[in-house]
Design a protein around this ligand. Sequence first.
Ligand code: ADP
Ligand code: MG
Length: 142
Amino acid sequence: MTASEEETQAVARELAATLEPGAVLLLSGDLGAGKTTFARGLAEGLGIDPTDVSSPTFTLVHEYRGGRLTLYHADLYRLEKTATDDLGLEELGVRDGVLAIEWPDRLTHELPGAVLVRLEVINDGSRRITIGPPEVGPYSIR
Ligand code: ADP
Ligand code: MG
């Protein structure tokens, strides 16, 4: 449970410290749940300036270098499910980076080894954050 944006970023910073090249994080949660906030914390934890990280609205995938690992930040919100097949997300992050995906429910097939970060709005300031393997579903590990 986090009580503020800053606390959510702190959770993400801690997670970032444990990440290895090729890590894939599925940031799931409603609009305003804190997915982009979490991505900023990841950036910070990897040594990237978090203020660079914005909602990747028009560019589907943003790439942030200069940290311990490159952060690839994708937002699939505006995508039709089938369009995600053409993005080549699987190839991103596998070498030197970490791939963080907002709205992973748009994915049509699972990304092997992905870790689910679930953000739930409890009230104005608090969020419940659950980090773990995805549940059985379109992006489950098989
Ligand atoms: P999303 O990318 O999921 O749509 P954002 O990260 O862009 O969400 O926005 C989350 C909003 O919720 C921000 O305005 C932030 O200040 C606010 N907020 C309030 N409490 C928290 C919290 N505990 N963690 C993250 N964001 C929070
Ligand atoms: Mg967002």
